[in-house]
Design a protein around this ligand. Structure first.
Ligand SMILES: NC(=O)C1=CN([C@@H]2O[C@H](COP(=O)(O)OP(=O)(O)OC[C@H]3O[C@@H](n4cnc5c(N)ncnc54)[C@H](OP(=O)(O)O)[C@@H]3O)[C@@H](O)[C@H]2O)C=CC1
Ligand SMILES: O=C1CO[C@H](CO)[C@@H](O)[C@@H]1O
Length: 277
């Protein structure tokens, strides 16, 4: 199975399909990530917040793959927005992973009431200049947050990772990202399972002989977004990967997009403005 690549605004490439490790217990993360790497995934999405960076790094080391062959993303945790804190947190992330370099580092949430994300972005630019991270980006940024970065700093984020699935299509933020050469990453791409019983998705899946999860992931791929579904179930890890040998019609893509209800599974970035306890 050949996973398509997306070229970021700095010329780096990222596999359009990856493996997410949120809510995988650290004790299970090495095995789950190794399974994903064995199946063929070459892109892992973790975060300091998930508490399992160390185990992701151990899986990459144990896989026998060259470090260069796996694209790894991590994220700056909330509360480390001040420049010295952000620089120190990046060092800790690299240490935990046991890597010389990270492929992509993101500001996890803008949280303007906690710290100035423009200052945080200046720290991210320093990390980039230091050469130990290949691309920098943001997560959960709305267009108004991105506008400040674009106006007040030098580097345009390579990606914006936001919640997207058939019940939250986010076409306004996606359009803003596209117009500014920012790649869109879709978190919780199957809404943590909530879209899988939807009759529209089930009907398309039955017609194509695919699972509802495969149809939903394929919808993201055909819209051009980057996805990293999470699963600790081997058969799902395999079937979620096998989405490059079929196509949805334009009509299917439009029918799934029309399911939008602006329904979030996670926080709204404009309301989530504190460090969760
Ligand atoms: N930047 C951010 O703020 C956020 C980023 N993320 C990132 O996005 C990734 C994916 O999002 P996540 O929230 O994990 O949710 P997903 O939308 O990937 O859904 C994961 C859930 O769906 C189940 N599942 C997976 N595949 C299938 C399948 N084929 N059929 C049926 N059920 C399935 C999993 O169960 P099981 O494991 O039991 O098989 C799990 O319960 C995260 O792991 C993380 O990397 C997520 C949230 C926020
Ligand atoms: O990455 C994350 C995992 O999910 C959490 C709850 O929705 C988010 O807050 C966090 O950003």
């Amino acid at each position: 199975m050949t996973v398509s690549l997306v070229t970021l605004n700095n010329g780096q490439t990222i596999p359009q399909l990856g493996f997410g490790v949120f809510q995988i217990d650290p004790a299970d993360t090495q095995e789950a990530t190794l399974t994903a790497l064995e199946v063929g995934y070459r892109h892992i999405d973790t975060a300091e917040m998930y508490g399992n960076e160390k185990e992701v790094g151990q899986a990459v080391a144990a896989s026998g793959l060259n470090r260069e062959d796996v694209f790894v993303t991590s994220k700056l945790n909330n509360g480390f927005h001040a420049k010295p804190d952000a620089l120190q947190a990046f060092d800790k992330t690299l240490d935990a992973l046991g890597f010389e370099y990270l492929d992509l580092f993101l500001i996890h949430w803008p949280l303007p009431a906690v710290g100035d994300y423009v200052e945080t972005w200046q720290a991210m630019q320093e990390m980039l200049a230091g050469g130990r991270v290949r691309s920098i980006g943001v997560s959960n940024f709305q267009p108004h947050h991105l506008e400040r970065l674009i106006k007040e700093t030098e580097v345009v984020p390579a990606v914006n990772q936001i919640e997207i699935h058939p019940y939250l299509t986010q076409d306004d933020v996606r359009t803003f990202n596209r117009d500014h050469s920012i790649a869109t990453e879709a978190w919780s791409p199957i809404a943590q399972g909530k879209v899988l019983d939807d009759p529209t998705i089930v009907d398309i899946a039955e017609r194509l002989g695919k699972t509802p999860a495969q149809v939903t992931l394929r919808w993201h791929i055909q819209r051009g977004d980057i996805v990293f579904p999470k699963s600790v179930t081997r058969e799902r890890v395999v079937s979620n990967f096998n989405i490059f040998d079929f196509e949805l019609t334009d009509q299917d893509v439009l029918a799934i997009t029309a399911l939008n209800r602006d329904e979030r599974t996670g926080p709204n970035p404009d309301e989530f403005n504190h460090i969760p306890r």
